[in-house]
Write a protein that binds this ligand. Structure first.
Ligand code: TXA
Ligand code: MG
Length: 365
């Protein structure tokens, strides 16, 4: 066994915190059977204690220990999508995981991550591992070890660096406790894939619920420090028109926009480019298809912050496949601000958000 894995497992068993990569984002792991260790996760993340954590397992037998006898549907989803980016909310039973993991609820969220490092650590620790994304509460999730260090730095006992994560947005969370399963958070496993097994599965996009009964559907989540607005139009015309309007007013605008399927077929992946407008600047980040957008989204949001942008304008993707998860994260990162037209009121709303003093230009690295 690799020395770092052994050390990580030792820290977790001793009640410490280890940040490790999964296929989605980096997690902040602790022993799910240790109440003190679990409380430390909430404290370090500054996360409200009623917002429950996902328990990570490395073998199927662990489901029964955490949740009692699994239903046929749960078994089928597990055999098809695990290890992988699917989290199932189940009834909690027994004392394998402490109630603090569930923020006091009778349910527990469980997933088996598809990453050799994560699986090896859980296996070596020999306990289920509670692990939220390793960011400050409400901030952009970390997709590389540097992001973890930037957000949580000294408060973590160990950070394992295994490069950038493959999927880039979090796992799909599905509630399997109701008669009709519903998707609480879209993610790496698509709704289309889930509907093949559960034709009736429910999902409401742009659902906002800030109450503790609906954890994880907070309006402002996954958010950069820079103000952000989603520009929801059939094509990219409205997005670029708005960006130019703001640049003319002297703002430094970051444009994040995937390509539509049609554009992608025509041109392939776009390029990062700068447009100097009179006074302001538009920085258009690399343009990807939905998979590429998912993988690079959080890095782009952090980049906009580090470039000192005044505002981020984001275009939505087609609401299919992993595009659904990307659109959800864009909506929440923007705190629910969506514009659909270029009326003077819409332009005014956006300009008021971008209040920072304009500087010369972006630092072009
Ligand atoms: O991809 C992922 O799922 C990553 C990696 C590290 O595995 N983890 C992650 O954890 O995103 P976190 O804590 O950032 O998000 C967990 C989501 C939250 O929205 C939480 O409210 C929801 O899952 N959740 C957890 N337990 C739940 C429960 N018992 N009932 C309803 N929602 C739950
Ligand atoms: Mg999170």
């Amino acid at each position: 066994m690799h020395e770092a894995i052994r050390e990580a497992a030792r820290i977790i068993r001793g009640g410490g915190l280890v940040s490790f990569p999964t296929e989605t984002v980096y997690g902040l792991g602790a022993d799910a059977s240790n109440a003190t260790a679990v409380s430390r996760i909430y404290r370090v993340k500054q996360r409200p204690c009623e917002d429950p954590l996902i328990v990570h397992i490395s073998s199927l037998e662990s489901i029964d220990a955490i949740s009692g006898q699994a239903s046929p549907a749960v078994k089928e989803l597990a055999s098809l999508f695990w290890p992988g980016p699917l989290t199932m909310v189940l009834q909690r039973s027994g004392n394998m995981v402490v109630p603090q993991v569930s923020g006091g609820r009778p349910t527990v969220a469980v997933r088996m991550p598809d990453h050799p490092v994560a699986l090896a650590i859980i296996e070596a620790a020999g306990v289920p591992v509670a692990a939220p994304s390793a960011n400050r509460f409400g901030h952009v999730s970390p997709t590389c070890a540097e992001d973890v260090v930037a957000d949580l730095g000294d408060e973590v006992d160990m950070v394992i660096d295994a490069g950038p994560t493959r999927i880039g947005v979090e796992s799909t969370v599905i509630d399997m406790t109701a008669a009709i399963p519903s998707i609480l958070r879209p993610g790496g496993v698509t709704i289309e894939e889930l509907r093949q097994i559960l034709p009736k599965v429910e999902y409401k996009s742009r659902e906002v619920d800030d109450s503790p009964d609906a954890p994880g559907r907070y309006l402002r989540h996954y958010a950069p420090d820079t103000p952000m607005v989603v520009v929801d139009g059939e094509d990219r015309e409205l997005l670029y028109k708005m960006a130019q309007e703001l640049a003319r007013k002297g703002k430094r605008v970051v444009v994040i926009s995937g390509v539509t399927n049609r554009e992608y077929e025509a041109t392939g992946r776009g390029r990062m480019n700068y447009d100097d407008m009179s006074g302001g600047t538009i920085l258009t980040l690399d343009r990807y298809d939905a998979t590429g957008m998912a993988r690079n989204l959080y890095r782009m949001l952090r980049l906009a912050d580090s470039q000192g942008a005044d505002i981020i304008l984001a275009g939505v993707l087609e609401e299919t496949g992993v595009g659904v998860a990307v659109n959800d994260r864009l909506f929440r990162a923007a705190g629910g601000r969506v514009i659909t037209d270029d009326s003077p009121a819409a332009v005014e709303t956006i300009s008021a958000l971008a209040t920072a003093e304009p500087q010369e230009t972006f630092s072009q690295e």
